[in-house]
Write a protein that binds this ligand. Structure first.
Ligand SMILES: Cc1cc2nc3c(=O)[nH]c(=O)nc-3n(C[C@H](O)[C@H](O)[C@H](O)COP(=O)(O)O)c2cc1C
Length: 403
């Protein structure tokens, strides 16, 4: 049975939710599922904006058929060719063989590579600034390279201010009947998953996102229709502000994320002592993570949010503990920058982790490593407890800077 929502008088959400997928892109856990959004405009011409992942293909096709109500599908605009949005192109073409597919030159190459079954005579290539009229609605196409694949574009409806924003402004979590961000408690219940989605999926491409935001600031956006998560019709400046922070690697808050790696509990003890000292000294925005217990995508989300990171790691076969190394590698891969970092190492015979972590941080942009580094020998003692106290002071002192 169809399950659709009306976005505007003549625009429908025809997407679907996946609550069974365990790992998005085979890497990021999505305990709360994900939605694959697709939108169908019923103008003089009928226009489908993107398709959906094949896992929800049956529901998606039923939704399209219901809204079309016997009309042919004239146009399919493909803003983003990644298969979680484009895998059903082939099925749509089989059902509506006369449909014209509209997308970028790079998308044309990719849809051929993926064997999505688009014939050349049915493909209309568009570029930045091109416009297309469907009847009442006229749209313009805006290139959005690397947000988050090279072929991506967004489509702006000049008639009613709807921006079909592809992967930009998306979020993990299934919609479960809600459609608009103002129908859920986004600021409380969704923001962490929206940040985790952005930072892990698009986080590397901050400059490209800023380029898109610059273009977006020149148009009067009334509604954002992303390919995952809710549609925005209120509070759009609030979301744009979050995006500016993430895309420029600017912390949202002064806060400390304490990440530790510990096999026998002593480094964890140091992390607890550090956290206790921060609270004792009056600083309370402190969040603690066992690196081996927390999926790195959650760590990345928090690292983008907070101004300070305290890294405490055991030495492991003369290296950094592997899950901690993975976290640091991931931050590097995603271009993480502009954070203040405290480093604590542990080793029982040849502590090495601290030096190696500092070398990694040195290769990243604008990472300030606090001088008060602590080197533990197996367990915290009186001297290193005092050093942890000094590190807590140093973290609090560095909070006085502007972010
Ligand atoms: C497999 C393994 C490899 C280790 N390699 C080193 C090492 O190369 N250098 C070192 O000083 N300690 C090494 N250690 C000791 C750890 O760093 C030790 O667990 C730590 O000093 C105690 O902290 P923890 O209680 O937080 O685990 C190793 C421990 C294990 C289990």
């Amino acid at each position: 049975m169809h399950c659709v929502r009306k976005v505007t008088d003549d625009l429908y959400w025809v997407g679907a939710n996946d609550k069974r997928l365990h790992l998005f892109e085979s890497i990021h856990p999505i305990e709360d599922g994900v939605s694959y959004n697709s939108y169908l405009l019923m103008d003089e011409k009928t226009v489908l904006f993107d398709t959906a992942d094949w896992s929800v293909g049956r529901q998606f096709c039923e939704n399209v058929e219901y809204v079309l109500n016997g009309k042919p599908l004239d146009i399919m605009v493909i803003n983003h060719l990644e298969p979680d949005h484009a895998a059903s192109i082939n099925e749509i073409i089989l059902r509506y063989p006369d449909v014209k597919v509209v997308s970028t030159e790079k998308a044309w190459l990719l849809m051929n590579q993926f064997n999505f079954g688009v014939e050349e005579e049915n493909f209309i290539m568009v570029k930045e600034g091109d416009t297309m009229k469907f009847g009442k609605h006229e749209v313009t196409f805006v290139a959005a390279p690397m947000v988050h694949w090279p072929e991506a574009m967004v489509t702006f409806d000049l008639t009613n201010g709807v921006l079909f924003s592809a992967d930009a402004f998306g979020s993990f979590k299934s919609l479960d009947g809600a459609l608009f961000a103002d129908e859920v408690d986004f600021k409380d219940e969704w923001i962490d998953e929206a940040r985790r989605y952005y930072t892990n999926i698009v986080g590397k491409y901050g400059p490209q996102v800023m380029a898109l935001l610059k273009k977006a600031s020149a148009i009067d956006i009334k509604m954002l229709c992303p390919l995952h998560g809710p549609v925005w019709r209120k509070d759009i400046p609030w979301l744009l502000d979050k995006y500016i922070h993430w895309a420029t690697y600017t912390p949202e808050e002064k806060g400390v994320m304490i990440v530790y790696a510990s096999m026998y509990g002593n480094t964890m003890n140091a992390a607890q002592i550090l956290a206790a000292k921060l609270h004792e000294k009056g600083f309370h925005n402190v969040h603690m993570y066992d690196v081996a217990e927390t999926h790195v995508s959650y760590l990345i989300g928090q690292a983008f949010k907070l101004s300070h990171i305290a890294i405490l790691s055991v030495t492991y076969n003369l290296n950094v503990f592997p899950p901690m190394q993975n976290f640091i590698d991931d931050m590097k891969r995603l271009n993480m920058q502009k954070r203040v970092v405290g480093v604590v190492e542990n080793g029982s015979w040849a502590p090495q982790a601290g030096t190696l972590i500092c070398e990694e941080l040195d290769e990243m942009k604008q990472m300030t490593v606090l001088n008060e580094q602590v080197s533990l020998l197996s367990a915290v003692n009186k001297m290193t407890a005092d050093e942890l106290d000094g590190l807590a002071d140093s973290i609090i002192e560095s909070m006085k800077q502007d972010y």
